[in-house]
Design a protein around this ligand. Sequence first.
Ligand code: 0A1
Ligand code: ZN
Length: 881
Amino acid sequence: MSQETSPVIRLADYRPTPYAIDKVDLEFDLTAERTLVAASLVLSPRAGTAGEPLVLDGGELTLVRIAIDGRELSADDYEASADRLTVKAPPAGSFRLDMTTRLDPAANTKLMGLYRSSGTWCTQCEAEGFRRITYYYDRPDVLSVFTVKITAPKTEAPILLSNGNPVSSGNLEDGRHFAVWHDPWPKPSYLFALVAGDLDAFEDDFTTMSGRKVKLAVYVEKGNAPKAAYAMDSLKRSMKWDEEVFGREYDLDVFNVVAVSDFNMGAMENKGLNIFNDKYVLADPEIATDTDYAGIEAVIAHEYFHNWTGDRITCRDWFQLCLKEGLTVFRDQEFSSDMRSRAVKRISDARLLRSQQFPEDGGPLAHPVRPEQYKEINNFYTATVYEKGAEVIRMLKTLIGDDAFARGMDLYFDRHDGEAATVEQFIASFADASGRDLEPFMVWYREAGTPTVTVEENWDEAARRYRLTLTQETPATPGQQTKKPRVIPVRFGLVGPDGGDMQPSSIAGAEVNGDTLILTQPSHTVTFEGLPSRPVPSLFRGFSAPVKVRQSLSSADLIFLLANDADSFNRWQAGTTLAMTALVKATQQVRAGQAPSFETAPIDALGALLDDPGLDAAFKALLIAVPSENDVAREVAENVDPDAVAAAHQAYRRTVAGRLAARLTAIVAADDAAAGAPYVPDAAGSGRRSLANTALDLLSITGSAEAMALVRRRFETATNMTDRMAALTILVHRGDADAEAALAAFFERFGNVPLVVDKWLSAQASAPLPGALDKVMALTRHPAFSFGNPNRVRALIGAFATSNPTQFGRADGKGFGFVADVISRLDAANPQLAARLLVTFRSWRSYEPKRRAQAETALRSIQIKPQLSRDVADILERTLA
Ligand code: 0A1
Ligand code: ZN
């Protein structure tokens, strides 16, 4: 590595700060040319620390003034560098520290701290952005009460926002004006926010359960207010739901959401002033797909729910990140399940976990849900912390039951409101509420890696006794060679010949809690007595634990579960297992130079389900959605040749499409017939569209003239973005003769809507065609593309690396080389974005040797660059280790 390696931060080294910050006053003086920040902190020593040096964090700061209790400090009193301020001998008691820093928000391309997005001044402080505004204890366990005054030119920035409640505002000389905000709730610096700009608002209000009226506003770029309606609706539903389900009421007079176009992540839960990537705010049927609507609903809810799980109770240190993130994801998943279909949501969440978190957990970047060390905290906003963190909470609920879980949540809020807490404190609330020893459960937080549970069964016909042996094993992960057994809740049913669950007369060999077996040992043999016949086991119902299951059920058993299981998740799982088995076998056949062949019975079973009027459309869409090429590659796991996977995938889809053609065509026709109805982005409407578009995608794989005519017609007659985009993607991915014209027409219509341009870029970047790389390179020079905007970069380069396995994974290494060059080029300007792109290489060791070598060459080409950011250096070092 061409830079010195950065220090490791360890959980074991946690110490409170020697000083508390009792109060913070900030004054922002914003002009187009420069920004001055005057910070006034009241500090007091904690017990026994009086007189210790005061050492505050900074990030690329310029200090222009410093005084203590009104007295300017002399050069001997302090040391100030861009990244740190040390006051050598502060007064013994409480004192006031005044500092003025000068910033250049327009030059801030890292999008951390105070920056400008399309002219709007805005902030992003999590995790360590506040130190780029002023010197501070920029860590989550220092809570303080903030008052903020913003002064800015009135025409450029008529809207001035910060956290908390508005206090005063007024006009000043020279066309300037000011606003003062006060946040009564003590908070850490990462929850600070400021926005100043010329924005429109979509306004509404919400009356809380105790009868307080809260003013709500979603701020967007001028002219976009109507596109904030769905975000506002989602916000109001979130506020109501959190009162009804978690008993949590909102606690300020106003709640503001601001959408900005340049944002590194999805959104941010700043107290009373959530700042969003505009992708998760702006929607109307013309520009947003059903997936976009669902994403807005979920992210609005997620950020709002943070008000209690994150803001009122925050994290003691960044190792506890899952304390707020896993819990808040769990809460937003529950909200979406209540708003839409619970079964469909569970399947989508399991798919997300398997596609994002399992590869992370099984690769070089694996880390525990609660890591114990890091070099760069930005790199730990991961699927493990968020999604697996949510699964761990879901398991906890399954383990102790709904009532004890609800009591545990209340206890947690009662005990820790206003504090910066730890995972141990959180878990203690549930142990106390349930009376269960949860120490063994902590392994889920402390150890990385996805356990595999191997299932063996034995049916003793004479004794009517059924046995299941369940053995768990977790592979070694970086830095953790040996693994402890985990507490694994297995929700189960023993399905009888009539499709209903059979009830054994007794169960022995594991703790049983209702319909759940609780595994605690490396292996359990569970005996079920008194069954009339051999059951078909339905295990891990509802995806009751984030594990891999190795079980050799016959095709007949799987087809039986697909048709009969009382648990929707396991019906879908049975279908997916059948498809995956077929796809892996076909991949092996292709690699061996044989033509892939497929059993027809599982496909016919899917066909029968399509005919079932009792199943909802969204569920049917999931049943016929073929596991992706990336899913198959993950299952193949070693020596992956993406071309072989793609060939097998294509052959399988052709077979499915051929056998189900009549039904698929009828589904598309039925949807066409419903096309006149107004667009509603709810579960029913999106389910219908999802089924029709999945059917069309399958049909198109045959390349038949009839199918492609259907696609073209859908593209031309679509009345919403969901259908239009689905059709455009098919045309582009099939390399249809009309694809270029369709792309041109689409751009002509939507080229001035950046979020839609992203879809246009992604459709091209993910096309499984030999020309894709050249196309992507050309698109980097398109006027609508910019390396400065994270959404554009992710839409083009991110989509290429994550959704185009054959072209990113080209045998000549050019796909890898291109993405590596982009990472090197982006790193100086926006290290977080560059590091996230680099994560797309995490499974490089799974490739066959030739591609593996090409990927390594690409990674090493980044490594030799001088001055790598800590973000990229950290990921690179771990990826290559
Ligand atoms: N806490 C936010 C995620 C977030 C993290 C870091 C950021 O820095 C760029 C931004 C947002 C959430 O969970 O939504
Ligand atoms: Zn979050």
